[in-house]
Design a protein around this ligand. Sequence first.
Ligand code: C2E
Ligand code: CA
Ligand code: CA
Ligand code: CA
Length: 276
Amino acid sequence: AKRSGRSTFVWYTSEMDADAQKRKEIEAGLVKALRFGQFELLFQPQYSLTDNQLKGYESLIRWNHPTKGTIPPDVFIPVAEETGLIEQIGDWVLNRACQEAVSWPDQTLRIAVNVSGAQFSAGETQKKVAKALRETGLDPRRLEIEITESLLISDTDAVVETLQQIREMGVAIAMDDFGTGYSSLSYLSRFPFDKIKIDRSFVQNLGEDAGTDAIVTSIIGLGRSLDVLITAEGVETPEQVTLLRAAGCDMVQGYLYGRPGSVEAHEEHRARLGYN
Ligand code: C2E
Ligand code: CA
Ligand code: CA
Ligand code: CA
């Protein structure tokens, strides 16, 4: 028993070392990625269900590693958050996204940028947003900041104030991954925001179980009564669109409308299909 206990311990330790080792490697890689410009933003279209028009794009970061290929954000954003590198990466994202939107032929399209909780608590978010707007010349009304519910359980007064300041600039706030966090209803009335994004886990089960349908319907109802727009994310099938439309959802985003990619590629695709 002692032997096996010991070997279990040894196994566990080396597993932890491997994890720590991996994190160190990612951290060192991220520093280089910042220095050598290995980050890229991809863009995913967002459509209105009301008039079927393209309204904007969400920016999604990718790390083009010189030997490992493309590394998705789920792998490196958590490490960036732990090490504080998220601050520099976030600054780059904000500037790059605003710069991109300024270059589009259609100057009515909006750009949505993800800002994680760790970035937010690094403070000064409103100053960084203002700086990116000033440096790129983007109209603030074209910018949308996506935050998650986890932000709302921390330091609430400071968060409310920062969100308020960002909105006063004309920038919109969207609540991302809605329904997956802890906070939900009780926090909603306190926090200033303009849009709710229904998490893809709900959207993907639409029409498959009554519970999910009821949750989605009530989130949309909630949006109505709070007077905020509702976006469904992760929309992959026409059946989901039909159900979302019937439930009164305002906007959609997902593989059905386009995977994250370059705006040029999306434009070509739309032109071929004869969309507006
Ligand atoms: P998110 O903000 O919830 O972004 C949506 C994720 O769902 C994206 O994954 C997108 O590629 C994926 N997705 C979109 N439509 C569909 C669909 O129809 N089906 C499926 N299965 N997936 C879909 P991605 O790009 O890997 O990003 C993952 C997460 O990483 C994002 O989740 C966001 O939390 C974070 N992230 C991405 N870019 C940034 C960034 O610039 N800054 C920060 N702080 N976080 C970012
Ligand atoms: Ca998002
Ligand atoms: Ca999301
Ligand atoms: Ca997410």
